[in-house]
Design a protein around this ligand. Structure first.
Ligand SMILES: Nc1ncnc2c1ncn2[C@@H]1O[C@H](COP(=O)(O)OP(=O)(O)OP(=O)(O)O)[C@@H](O)[C@H]1O
Ligand SMILES: [Mg+2]
Length: 200
């Protein structure tokens, strides 16, 4: 089903199940006859690759200001090169992380949320932004094999606080991520179907 241009982002702590759920959602939507595409941040573009190499797994953490600027730059390209073209073709775009990740991670690291918002002003607004909420202790357990510099418990708690701020404002929809993969997927699909009905 072409012509259903909708932009959805999936947010949450490291290991909460974003990739699992974003991919499941795309698969389910395609099965239902929609055109749906999966994409993720950091993107597969030049800046995204740079971030993966030097910010996420590079050992010592870069200055948080540089980090925020790099993520915003990558997002600009991601929107221009991937998200907008797919929406123009009438697809449902599901992004595994988006602007709220910058708010949550660089915000948790001490940056002013208003400034992060400002440098991301070119990032188009998603039609639906989902926060998969999982106990920080649980994600730490899930993650023990693939640690990055952003993944210790104290950080995760701070990051969750920022996400919950946006849930409080109604910008993010909270989905209970402590349940089984299928239950989480069902809850996400329910929110998406509601949006699709409203759009129709
Ligand atoms: N609801 C769930 N219950 C139990 N385990 C889960 C659930 N959802 C995902 N997992 C498992 O947790 C791990 C992390 O999941 P996933 O990679 O989807 O998380 P993520 O949010 O994309 O992580 P990252 O931020 O590191 O990319 C995987 O091993 C996955 O199989
Ligand atoms: Mg992932």
């Amino acid at each position: 089903m072409k012509g259903t241009s909708i932009f959805i982002c999936i947010e949450g702590l490291d290991g909460c199940g974003k990739t699992t759920q974003a991919r499941l959602l795309v698969r389910r939507l395609i099965k239902m006859g929609y055109d749906a595409v999966y994409t993720a941040e950091p993107s597969r573009g030049k800046i995204g690759n740079f971030i993966r190499k030097y910010c996420l797994h590079g050992g010592k953490r870069m200055s948080v200001v540089v980090e925020a600027l790099l993520f915003a730059a990558d997002r600009f390209e991601h929107v221009k090169d991937v998200i907008l073209p797919a929406l123009d073709e009438g697809s449902i775009v599901v992004s595994d992380r988006y602007v709220y990740s910058s708010m949550a991670y660089q915000g948790a690291a001490g940056l002013d949320l208003k400034w992060i918002e400002m440098i991301n002003e070119h990032a188009i607004r998603p039609n639906l932004a989902i926060f998969i909420d999982v106990e920080p202790h649980t994600v730490i357990k899930r993650l023990k094999s693939k640690k990055s510099v952003m993944e210790n418990l104290e950080t995760q708690l701070k990051v969750r606080d920022v996400y919950m701020k946006f849930v409080g404002k109604g910008a993010l929809i909270r989905i209970d991520g402590n349940k089984s993969k299928k239950e989480v997927a069902d809850a996400i699909l329910k929110a998406v179907m509601k949006l699709l009905r409203e759009k129709a």
